[in-house]
Write a protein that binds this ligand. Sequence first.
Ligand code: ADP
Ligand code: GN1
Ligand code: MG
Length: 368
Amino acid sequence: MIDQNKILNCVLHFDVEGPVVDIFKIETGHINGTYAITCKKEDGSTIRYILQSINTKVFTRPVELMENIQNVTDYLRGIILENGGDVNRETLTVIRAKTGLNYYVDEENRYWRMYNYIEDATSYQTVERPILFENAAKAFGHFQKQLAGYPADTLHETIAQFHDTVKRFRDFEEAVAKDAVGRAASVQPEIEFFLSHKDICDTITSRIATGEIPLRVTHNDTKLNNIMIDNETDEGICIIDLDTVMPGSALYDFGDSIRFGASSAAEDEKDLSKVNFRIDLFEAYTRGYLQEAKDTLNETEKDLLAMSAIILTLECGMRFLGDYLNGDIYFGIHRPEHNLDRARTQIKLVADMESQLDAMNAVVAKYR
Ligand code: ADP
Ligand code: GN1
Ligand code: MG
């Protein structure tokens, strides 16, 4: 935890309206250090911002990362204005540092950035009501449409081969072989589960290679807590966490949303009897997503929607268990076996989805 004085000092370097009256650490993301900052304006009212320390172990080129985000949010702002939308709520806005740059580097070489706070909206950790998930699907589908004309070749690849599941499998094998902190012996059934799924890892990547699946500008981290849902209307109003916006497959975005949201429990639930794949939530998401995206997706993409949920869940599970084996060096953890608990929920979900794949494909057939 970075101390409050450092945060206060950091805020002083950004162009904010008035002095800080509150700092609140948000613990739900696994990657960046996120703080909600409240400032008091001259007229006595308050305004909130999001201050983030960028995880530079994960995003090793933070200046390029911010260039992506600046350009993407500027582009979105243009589209929202054209459509008469509310630019303060429908996109992140980068608040510049007093230097004019879109980041600030502190004495310890930490990179900080600031955004407007999306007010009167919630970032949900689980799908409390199916409509939230259906609306999240529409919003992610809409986001993909908004960025369809974005010049993809101008985007920096912020993490190379981010959803290359075959590479993720190799990384996992390496973590098992290295067994850096001596944990492999205690998680043999979990390791076996992932190793036994080697043959499906290339489902998406091999078809990208042949051109059957096109590259699009995608979000690549479409979990439910990366979207702000309006408290009044339940609509997904703003897509956040734009660090991994880069060329990818629409299937990455669909599959990752299902991975996180179509579960009956949280991603880190310890009691696996509570973790089940919910086909009703899969249906809600598929309906909402295809409503927005069905005219854009090709037949191969539609054929693989259900399967993509299995692949993305498998991939994320391997990453969690791999990180547990590596000694928890990538994902933020809040308890000793956090990554192992996360890996186990993913295993449970993959197994559930495999047993319901026919039913999932039938749902896709209904809405495609
Ligand atoms: P991470 O990469 O660590 O997941 P995020 O950018 O997703 O970081 O931020 C973590 C959490 O902070 C989000 O899940 C959301 O709850 C909250 N958050 C982030 N940006 C905003 C924002 N602009 N307005 C309101 N809440 C936000
Ligand atoms: C991370 O940043 P966050 O918490 O939204 C991760 C995703 C994983 C997710 C699992 C840059 O997402 O790839 O799917 O955790 N982001 C990065 O919850 O690695
Ligand atoms: Mg996030």
